[in-house]
Design a protein around this ligand. Structure first.
Ligand code: NAP
Length: 306
């Protein structure tokens, strides 16, 4: 029996674990993929305080993991299928039927990239269609690439891809980006980046060797055209990982977990932190903030429900 089980090992989960372990709560963190979450797929992080020259996402994640395990956080790999809440005992059931019990649960499962749902997306996934520039960018030395989206991810990762590519088209459905101004300026001043405004992707075409073109349509003029590219990187936002929680805690209309200021959910003893929580700003810094708050609230809950 653990005091706390944390589900998800990104910045929110690792920070929560650091704090609960320092509060001497016996804590298990369950992560289904690589510890660090989405940060590990971010090439370079420039807006996390304390690293004046920036830091690679992978290194930042490693540092967070090392710091938390140093204070006793146990980490296992596993995919959580279900949580049940019976009185004061919470059960976490993993794929393969192993079970763990705790007095409180912290959900920090983050989110997954959204699909653009066009012809060719599935067919060419891993053969030119990617959701991770850090992982796949280096395969495209000297090529032309397309990035879909206009948020921080699309613009930042588009800039990163110019390290390898000859040209990066950023295809955005409106005529202005929603990314932070500093990233926008950098992209617009980068000679390798060509922004294709007011355009939506319609089809990813290819042959047995992989992607050959992205077909797009201008939403203002209706004009259709094709960009000859070898890779298409999709950055149109994320969906929260809350499938396994449906019917248990209250979710908002986009399936993010609704929480109070102390990170408590609609179920006593189940708390939330990070990008999976319904909130206006999803950053590493806010995930880490959630992680600290949720640990304090969990400690208080356990103390009051002895
Ligand atoms: P996002 O901010 O939700 O942006 C998604 C982009 O994709 C938007 O430009 C949106 O267009 C476009 N889009 C959405 N659905 C589309 C569709 N079906 N077809 C074509 N385009 C579509 O997602 P994100 O950039 O991945 O960022 C997610 C969160 O992480 C944000 O809160 C972001 O600030 C944060 N983040 C921060 C950093 C950083 O601080 N350095 C880095 C990465 C991410 P519209 O603009 O027209 O809606």
């Amino acid at each position: 029996m653990y005091d706390v089980i944390i589900i998800g090992g990104g910045p929110a989960g690792l920070t929560a674990g650091l704090y609960t372990c320092r509060a001497r709560l016996k804590t298990l963190l369950i992560e289904k993929g690589i510890t660090g979450g989405q940060v590990t797929t971010t090439e370079w992080v420039e807006n996390y305080p304390g690293f004046e020259d920036g830091i690679s996402g992978a290194e930042l994640a490693q540092k967070m993991e090392k710091q938390a395990t140093k204070f006793g956080l146990e980490i296992i790999q596993g995919s959580v299928m279900k949580i049940s809440s019976e009185d004061k005992v919470k059960k976490v059931i993993l794929d393969g039927d192993s079970q763990y019990e705790a007095k409180a649960i912290i959900i920090a499962t983050g989110s997954n990239p959204k699909l653009v749902n066009i012809e060719g997306e599935n067919e060419f996934r891993g053969r030119g269609v990617s959701y991770c520039a850090t992982c796949d960018g280096a395969f495209f030395k000297g090529d032309r690439l397309a990035v879909i989206g206009g948020g921080d991810s699309a613009v930042e990762e588009g800039i990163f891809l110019t390290k390898f590519a000859e040209t990066v088209y950023i295809v955005h459905r409106r005529d202005e980006f929603r990314a932070a101004k500093v990233a926008q300026e950098r992209a617009l001043n980068n000679p390798k980046i060509k922004v294709v405004w007011d355009s939506v992707p319609e089809k990813i075409a290819g042959d047995p060797s992989g992607v050959t073109a992205l077909h797009i349509k201008n939403v203002k003029t209706g004009e259709q055209s094709a960009l000859e590219v070898k890779g298409v990187f999709i950055y149109i936002g994320y969906n929260p990982n809350t499938e396994f929680l449906k019917g248990l805690v209250t979710l908002d209309k986009s399936n993010y977990i609704v929480a109070n200021e102390d990170m408590s959910t609609s179920v006593p003893g189940i708390f939330v932190a990070g990008d999976v929580r319904a909130k206006p700003l999803k950053q590493i810094a806010t995930a880490v903030g959630d992680g600290a708050i949720v640990a304090m609230s969990t400690e208080k809950y356990i103390e009051e429900n002895k």
